[in-house]
Design a protein around this ligand. Structure first.
Ligand SMILES: Cc1ncc(COP(=O)(O)O)c(C=O)c1O
Length: 400
């Protein structure tokens, strides 16, 4: 007689443990509700309200008309890699060889995923600040790595404390993950903190993933420095960037990854077998963005800067304490004075006043008590959103 071992139905076994370990996105649910409603002001999605500037669009159209409808090199077009190499050298003083050290990717999203999958072995620890971009933890987990969180808090202006980073390092730590300017807090890395983080990476011989997709969206006196431009960092940094935010090109799906040749060689393997090459039309448009888009970047940045002040001042006036963001395009108000948790706040605000924001807990445990509001939205809509939020907050406070 055979003894049959019990097996759960396939539907329950199909997904890998890694995939099951990642909860569904806390943000998606809100967008599903939002899609069923009219008259919603969305401060939820992290993307520019501007359309891609016309010269960039025309470059894409011209590319298609020229018959550029085929694959490119796995690395991306050499023209775009050369232009990017010049761009990074001019802006940050760090030189990457266009032939061997630059990869054009399907957005910064693919670049983050590739960086992790190409470098993490099972159990490798990655030290990551939180609250931070929702895709970082899943990228580490899907790659088999383990996240070691370092909290940042409103009372410290969401500054990353280098000594807390160092305390999170263990013999299993492979890498430090930095996403600055930060989505969702808008915090940046001050010069001294960035220098200390670089020194820690060198001292512990760590790899550093640096997602600098918001490098061009910096306000006030803050001047972005590429992590790889710091002493001892080029050889250990995987630099990620993209066109989505600065050039209003989210839908084109084009970004980049720069790393020393020996590391990039391995990363390209993962990209080549999984993706082949980034969309050709998007690469051609991105080339024009780099070569001719500067005035447009500055025009949009200046607009975000004005909206930033409007929204931050507005939140503070309502009594929702808000840290002044120095980069990206998000405000991260504290909403605990309403007596609600961030999820309930976001859900009720959407249902009662038709304003969409993202619960802060989606970005890590220290995000609880906050919500994220994206100010890449017209001033008119921001003013209207503030009125609705004020009405909602007063109602919550009256409910006690
Ligand atoms: C910090 C951060 N990194 C990466 C991305 C993804 O950008 P892309 O559109 O280039 O994939 C986003 C998008 O919101 C982001 O906020």
């Amino acid at each position: 007689m055979t003894t049959e071992t019990f097996r759960a139905p396939l539907a329950e076994r199909a997904l890998s443990e890694r995939v099951r370990a990642v909860p569904p996105s806390g943000i998606r649910r809100f967008f599903d509700i939002l899609a069923t409603m009219d008259d919603v002001i969305s401060l939820g999605v992290g993307e520019p309200d501007f359309d891609t500037p016309p010269t960039i669009v025309e470059a894409g159209v011209a590319s298609l008309r020229r018959g550029r409808t085929h694959y490119t090199s796995n690395f991306g077009t050499i023209e775009l890699r050369r232009a990017l190499s010049d761009h990074l050298e001019r802006r940050y003083g760090v030189r990457y060889d266009p032939a061997t050290e630059i990869l054009i990717t399907v957005g910064a999203s693919e670049a983050v995923d590739l960086a992790l999958r190409a470098t993490c072995d099972p159990g490798d620890e990655v030290v990551l600040h939180e609250p931070s971009y929702v895709a970082y933890v899943p990228a580490v987990v899907f790659a088999g790595g383990v996240v070691r969180h370092v909290a940042t808090r409103l009372q410290d202006d969401f500054a990353l404390d280098p000594s807390a980073v160092e305390a999170a390092i263990t013999p299993r730590t492979k890498a430090l993950f930095l996403g600055y300017p930060c989505n969702p807090t808008g915090a940046v890395l001050p010069v001294d903190v960035q220098d200390e983080l670089a020194a820690i990476a060198v001292r512990h011989d760590l790899l550093v993933y640096s997602d600098e997709i918001y490098d061009r969206l910096a306000y006030g006196t803050y001047r972005h420095r590429a992590m790889s431009a710091l002493p001892g960092m080029r050889e250990r940094t995987i630099l990620v960037g993209g066109f989505s935010k600065a050039y209003a090109m989210t839908g084109w799906r084009v970004g980049w990854l720069c790393a020393p040749a020996a590391i990039l060689e391995g990363i390209v393997k993962v990209h080549q077998y999984g993706i082949m090459s980034a969309p050709t039309v998007a690469q051609d448009a991105a080339l024009t963005a780099l070569l001719e888009g500067e005035t447009e970047v500055e025009r949009m940045r200046a607009a975000y800067d004005g909206r930033r002040r409007l929204l931050v001042d507005g939140f503070n006036a309502i009594g929702l304490r808000t840290f002044e963001p120095r980069g990206a395009f998000y405000a991260f108000p504290l909403i605990t004075s309403t007596g609600l948790d961030s999820e309930t706040f976001a859900q009720r605000l959407l249902e009662e006043e038709h304003v969409a924001v993202v619960p802060g807990g989606a970005f890590g445990p220290s995000g609880e008590g906050h919500v994220r509001a994206c100010y890449a939205t017209s001033e008119e809509e921001l003013r209207e959103a503030l009125e609705r939020i004020e009405r909602f907050v007063e109602r919550c406070r009256a409910e006690g």
